[in-house]
Design a protein around this ligand. Sequence first.
Ligand code: B12
Length: 368
Amino acid sequence: MNDSPQRDLPPYDRTALGDRLQQLTPEIAEQVTRAFLERHPEWLSKYGERARKFGIEDARFHIDFLRGAVEAGSVQAFEDYCEWAARLLQSRAVASRFLVENLMQIETALGAGLSPEEQAVIARMMEAGRAACDRDKARPACPDTPLSLTRAVYLQSILIGARAGSVRIVEEALKNGAGVFDIYAQVFQESLYEVGRLWQEGKISVSVEHRATAITQFVMAGIYSRAMPARPSAPPRQAIVTGVAGELHQIGANMVADVLENAGWNVEFLGTDAPHAGIVDAVRAQDSDLLCISATMLSNVPNVVSLIRDLRPHSSRLRVLIGGSAFRSKPELWMAIGADGFAADLSGAVEVANRLSPRRADRETPGA
Ligand code: B12
């Protein structure tokens, strides 16, 4: 489904409602968990105090994602989250009706702290979210690409933790003519997406996922330098690539930094979970043309919104390009949150970056 950001939503102040949800989160998470366990005492007898701890964590998570959808103004974003959460719980033998019940409790509990207009927004999001808990979408498959076979073998290799073997598989593909960024997109990215699905389905543990990720970062670092241009194109434009505060997913942003560098940009890669003040300082110090912000989790979209807002007074020329899974199925969100562009993948990142920030005359080298 591809909706416009404000589909079916009455007008509301996104930041104000987002902030309100944030303030209410700790109290509401405790309150709904208490009420849930009173209604289902068998959870306490089965899991003991862990039931309370996980209940509160889960409720916080639901409200954090609700806040992300509220600040993005997207009903679909919350539907996607609920569908994902229902699948995750099902794979851990928790029926989706418990999630539906939890969402209803959260909606009711939030009601008292919100205005009637805000309640209407939350009701619309929750209604769509609850319906999505029982959506039965087909499991996404890895796309067929020229490197499908390499990806299949590489995936098995990282799942069993074979670091040296994973290096060899990629070296072999490069020897056979694959490009570094084809490997990034078709082998690393698609393998990691599959690792994520396997974790979500409860088929691999968190430690296997961590190990697979660590191996991929290692292999990626080993081949990165082969994609660098022999000489940076002159004059280079200045870009900063960063993951937003609270975001721990770094590999997508790292890939974007590499591909832009290869396209002749001067790139400063700040890693991820960077404090806003540090990003603002870097933009000012570098007099950047472009800031690329990566966000994977919908719950981090409010931080993207506030970062863009904080940055605007510091540079009128700066263009902001956003990307990452938080926006992937909702490409129109960039407009709604004040960015200048969005790209879903690596070739798109270069194309949109070049379009947003044409070469600057004041940095032109004579005769270039
Ligand atoms: C590795 C991983 C982690 C690692 C990350 C380590 C690291 N150094 O990066 C760790 C362990 C930290 C982690 C933590 C968590 N994770 Co995680 N993680 C993953 C996993 C398996 C791979 C991520 C990845 O590297 N993908 C590959 C990259 C290349 O893809 P990408 O980020 O989409 O980037 C591409 C594009 O989006 C684009 N792009 C990205 N950024 C940008 C920026 C710009 C400007 C542009 C133009 C383009 C662009 O270009 C890239 C190349 O095409 C994903 C699975 C998945 N589907 O991605 C889950 C996944 C993202 N994680 C998930 C979850 C739930 C979590 C946790 C909440 C788990 C937990 N209970 O703690 C935490 C949240 C942490 C946080 N606050 O951010 C869920 C998210 C579900 C949802 N509904 O949002 C996923 C989808 C797994 C799943 N299937 O359930 N995770």
